[in-house]
Design a protein around this ligand. Sequence first.
Ligand code: B12
Length: 210
Amino acid sequence: MANFEELKTAMGDLDEVLVLQILGEVAADGGDSATEALAACQAGMDIVGEKYESGEYFVADLIFAGDLMAEAAALLKPLLADTETISLGKLVLATVKGDIHDIGKNIVKALIEAAGIEVFDLGVDVGAEAIVGCLQESGAQVLALSGVLTFAVESMTEIVAAVKAAGFDDVKVIVGGAPVTAEYCEIIGADAWSINAAEGAGICRDWLSA
Ligand code: B12
């Protein structure tokens, strides 16, 4: 059985060799503990953030942390996915204009895909025009927006207004990221919000299963 406390610490220490070794053990065990492993990696990212804020880590460390988290999420994704699940529906995902943080977005993506939803990931710094275009082309029923900068809330508001103006009244919108609150959700005009990736994925799954 993999040691998740050790995994969390290894992620916080940016010890790539140990992180990959423990994830290898999770896979060898059949992947039953993939959800706990993902949570441990996320908890390790919190340690990275604390070390950055205390001056122990620098921007280069954050970029390395982002790559390591993306690698971990990619390794865990096939273990999280229920291979019996048929596609529940389609979802467009993006980090909004002005914001290039994508670690949280990529975690949400892994969990949404694991819930059996097809994700159209537009990347970072994405504005209303690209999102409306992707909704048109994909026929997605859900739009998920991520933003970590306080400023992201303004971009989200603009995007949701543009989506509604383009006539996508039936598209459900969920917003997430550190600055998002219930109050912001209302201002943005979104249908739901969460700062918890697993909870957000669950909301999308419930919408598409209904
Ligand atoms: C890593 C990091 C970076 C990396 C990003 C690498 C990458 N590939 O993403 C780099 C070095 C590039 C970076 C750059 C900058 N950063 Co920065 N960064 C961080 C840091 C340390 C961690 C962010 C992170 O990834 N957290 C881990 C993830 C997992 O958490 P998360 O994003 O919140 O996501 C979770 C939830 O919110 C939720 N979620 C997220 N999205 C969604 C979406 C949906 C739909 C749902 C349901 C849920 C959900 O699920 C996730 C998992 O639980 C934070 C500090 C901190 N402690 O948070 C600063 C921080 C976010 N950065 C900050 C700033 C200011 C910047 C810069 C402007 C710095 C500069 N002067 O250049 C630039 C931004 C440029 C830009 N235009 O975006 C500030 C933001 C302040 C603010 N409130 O506006 C912070 C808070 C640091 C600080 N204390 O000042 N940064």
